[in-house]
Design a protein around this ligand. Structure first.
Ligand code: SF4
Length: 147
């Protein structure tokens, strides 16, 4: 199963903020660190803020911070939220599949999709920033160094 780009980006933002040595990086900094467009990052940050996982303060000295809820958030819950409840295959679309009204494969794929999410349910944001990921993230949050 392939994740939407916004789902992966949401997780990257949460991971980046989970180890932020620079305390409250801006959305622009996070976008640059993660090598993704600012506009896409801003949309994802707004959604994470809406979910209560990220706190965004405006103005001078402002920036992004992970909330307590964001740190303990289930990766499965984040993925479910960003992926939505669509099927992994488009059975109806502009050219509907003729098996659509009675397809056993469709049910099997739904169960497989749920199993995929369920495997991520017990994993938290804090879990996915332990070593070896943490040192990489810390290197980003400290910026490029003097030399
Ligand atoms: S074969 Fe089944 S799962 Fe595949 S597109 Fe058709 S209805 Fe959907």
């Amino acid at each position: 199963m392939r994740l939407l780009r916004s789902t992966d980006l949401a997780l990257r933002v949460l991971m980046r903020l989970a180890v932020a040595a620079d305390a409250t990086p801006t959305t622009r900094q996070v976008a640059a660190d993660m090598n993704v467009p600012y506009t896409h990052t801003a949309k994802v940050v707004a959604e994470l803020q809406h979910l209560g996982l990220v706190d965004a303060r405006r103005g001078r000295g402002g920036g992004l911070a992970l909330t307590g809820e964001g740190r303990t958030a289930s990766v499965g819950a984040v993925v479910r939220t960003f992926e939505g409840d669509g099927d992994v295959v488009d059975c109806e679309g502009p050219t509907p599949c003729p098996l659509n009204s009675g397809c056993r494969l469709r049910g099997a794929l739904r169960r497989a999709q749920e199993a995929f999410f369920a495997a991520l349910d017990p994993v938290t944001v804090a879990d996915i920033v332990s070593d070896p990921t943490a040192p990489l993230l810390l290197g980003m949050s400290r910026g490029p160094g003097p030399g």
